[in-house]
Design a protein around this ligand. Structure first.
Ligand SMILES: Nc1ncnc2c1ncn2[C@@H]1O[C@H](COP(=O)(O)OP(=O)(O)O)[C@@H](O)[C@H]1O
Ligand SMILES: [Mg+2]
Length: 145
């Protein structure tokens, strides 16, 4: 499925919609690989996803690697693997425990360590559209979506 967003507010709304779809499917856990260049809106999308479940102050996990949210009865782990260089780095933050737990894992820059992306991952790819500063295409593929 491809969506078009004209603003950060619309990107958030599409993130929220993905959370709604998973909720409606009864899926309380999923691995969501967020793809797209720096500053394209991966964290904005994640903010919208989390907002479906409740209020949380979603900030980029650039320095913390992972931020954890427990909202509306679900666990959400938001990763940014930009500074990760290999599987050993991931193991040291307990990545497997996070990803295999009953939770949504939303992962920016998972392509840094592609062998750690599960086969049933949902991939969300955000790209800029032409010269319009605020326009994005958002493609959602995989999982049961
Ligand atoms: N359509 C859009 N969707 C998402 N973000 C947008 C859009 N238009 C402009 N922006 C801006 O782009 C930036 C995206 O930042 P962020 O989500 O942190 O990027 P990333 O996590 O991909 O590095 C924000 O400053 C946001 O306001
Ligand atoms: Mg980000």
């Amino acid at each position: 499925m491809i969506y078009r967003a004209n603003s950060d507010v619309e990107t958030e709304a599409i993130g929220k919609k993905l959370a709604e779809m998973l909720t409606n499917l009864g899926k309380k856990r999923a691995y969501i690989a967020m793809r797209g260049e720096m500053g394209v809106g991966k964290t904005v999308f994640t903010r919208g996803f989390v907002s479906h479940f409740g209020r949380a102050n979603v900030k980029s996990p650039t320095y913390t690697i992972v931020n954890e949210y427990r909202v509306g009865g679900v666990n959400i782990y938001h990763f940014d693997l930009y500074r990760i260089s290999d599987g050993d780095d991931l193991e040291s933050i307990g990545y497997h425990e996070y990803v295999e737990s009953d939770a949504y894992s939303i992962v920016e820059w998972s392509e840094r360590v592609p062998e750690y992306i599960p086969e049933d991952a949902i991939t969300v790819t955000i790209s800029r559209v032409a010269e319009n500063e605020a326009l994005r295409d958002i493609e959602i593929v995989g999982g049961a979506i």
